[in-house]
Design a protein around this ligand. Sequence first.
Ligand code: FAD
Ligand code: NA7
Length: 541
Amino acid sequence: MNQHNNDKTKGLDFDAVVVGAGFGGLYAVHKLRNELGLNVRAYDNGADVGGTWYWNRYPGALSDTESFLYRLSFDKELLEEGDWKHNYLTQPEILGYMNTVADRFDLRLSYQFNTKVTATHFNEETNFWEVTTDKGETVTAKFLVTGLGLLSATNVPKFKGMETFKGEQYHTARWPSSGVDLKGKRVGVIGTGSTGVQVIIATAPEVEHLTVFQRTPQYSVPIGLRVQSDAEKAEIKANYEEIWKQAKSSAVAFGFEESTISAVEVSKEEQERVFEEAWNTGGGFRFMFNTFSDIAINPEANEAAANFIRKKIKEIVKDPETARKLMPTGLYAKRPLCDNGYYNTFNRDNVSLVDVKENPIVELTPNGVRTTDGEYELDVLIYATGFDAVDGNYTKIDMRGRGGVTVSEKWADGPTGYLGMTNTDFPNLFMILGPNGPFTNLPPSIETQVEWITDTVKYMVDKGFSTIEPTVEAENDWVETCRSIADMTLFPKAESWIFGANIPGKKNAVYFYLGGLGNYRKALEEAGYKNFVFDHAMANV
Ligand code: FAD
Ligand code: NA7
């Protein structure tokens, strides 16, 4: 398409720049370059493909989506050839899969790795994006597609004395590819979210002593990790068409039907039976959404689920004081966790738990971590402290739209995205998993968005449009829709990254569309292009 032969394309280096080499970026390069025939340049600051799974190499890193659904569905042969050992995927398996995808569709050809995009400016005279990297290069492109990752910008708390600590310090999402030798060492882990839980379980058997610094106790259920037989995999593959259809029309896209039965309308015995069955099957999303319809909505139903998990913690953890500290008291309304033996790990002699709400961390010393109740000597300190989710990587870029407005200014009251992909003032910007996008098992949502983006780019090319941007009213309405759906749930009442509550000073806002993937796909279909302005300048003449 990029012919450089008329005024509209004069000075244009690429039809599209894609940022990111995770599921989103890779699929976008494939669709735009291999299917639409566009001239595409792509960047990632990692040394190779993988995104999340390139960076998160910490011990125990595991998907919490089941293996058969944590992949792309668009290519039948790729699906057919897919293989896995267990019903959940380890980080090396997922990274291997991303490499297969990259090789199969020659995607590396379009990438510059080890290259960070530092600035993206929309030029209103040319209608091109000017994309600058940390290598000092600036290129122009008509379309800017960002697959920057929603759990990608790391959150490293700033403790006094961090630079004085003589041991090693690692954030789980910047784990060295050469690995870290933890054998026989005194290791500390700060954080007990999904990542902390995994790293704690995996490192405990290896280290001399593990000290877990917990701020908020977690509700976690068993993951139900087991080997999947060839026969089971063959059956899944034989039914893949139906399976993907169901996932894409469901709410959370985790491969099960969400329950339609209210927990508060059944007897206590029936509640207990259903929870016990889900506990034995495994899976965090299954426990929250496959058991009853109202756990994330109705405080009474939520308390029934929470109580069941608390009872299990009491049964599993032998030391009553440790069990007390591990016992969550608030709502069960963060991203639902699952694990492969978390609470049981605290029965080990070499694992101890420090409650840093009761005894806050005062500082890091040359020898370890000092809390208000004493000093914990460590050789290695692991930060499992999560991410500046959703907009964290956007605000790190000097991203400017119409009138030079920066994305940080535009999102001062919380980030916004019409349909989770587009933004007023930022024409021809397409965000994959941008703000106000679906909260689900993510590959099917990523596919949905990349396919919409590709269709839209094609539509513009076919019609000869230079720019697209949503109307202000449409964006406001969408954000309002996201807010009202969120307010029907209990999620905003629990402090977590889902609402930006995990980062000190971050705006507590609605970062997701919690209406489910099926409804999101319907919303995309119904919206069409009626809420977009094409060729803004002409429209305003
Ligand atoms: P990412 O995979 O995050 O890729 C974004 C890439 O963009 C990164 O490589 C990043 O370095 C690069 N980038 C960002 N900014 C720039 C820049 N300025 N310049 C150049 N490059 C840049 N989701 C699920 O659905 N199920 C799961 O089981 C699951 N498990 C997870 C486990 C962990 C430990 C984590 C951290 C996340 C998990 N997720 C899971 C969420 C996961 O992030 C998504 O499923 C998916 O991998 C996101 O893909 P992506 O392409 O959108 O972004
Ligand atoms: P999370 O879920 O944000 O968890 C981060 C953990 O780190 C959580 O326990 C936090 O406690 C803790 N934390 C954060 N900052 C501090 C400070 N300053 N002091 C003590 N403890 C702290 O991130 P994860 O990486 O585990 O998971 C994110 C998603 O990635 C997950 O949902 C999966 O989808 C993959 P808090 O609870 O805030 O009190």
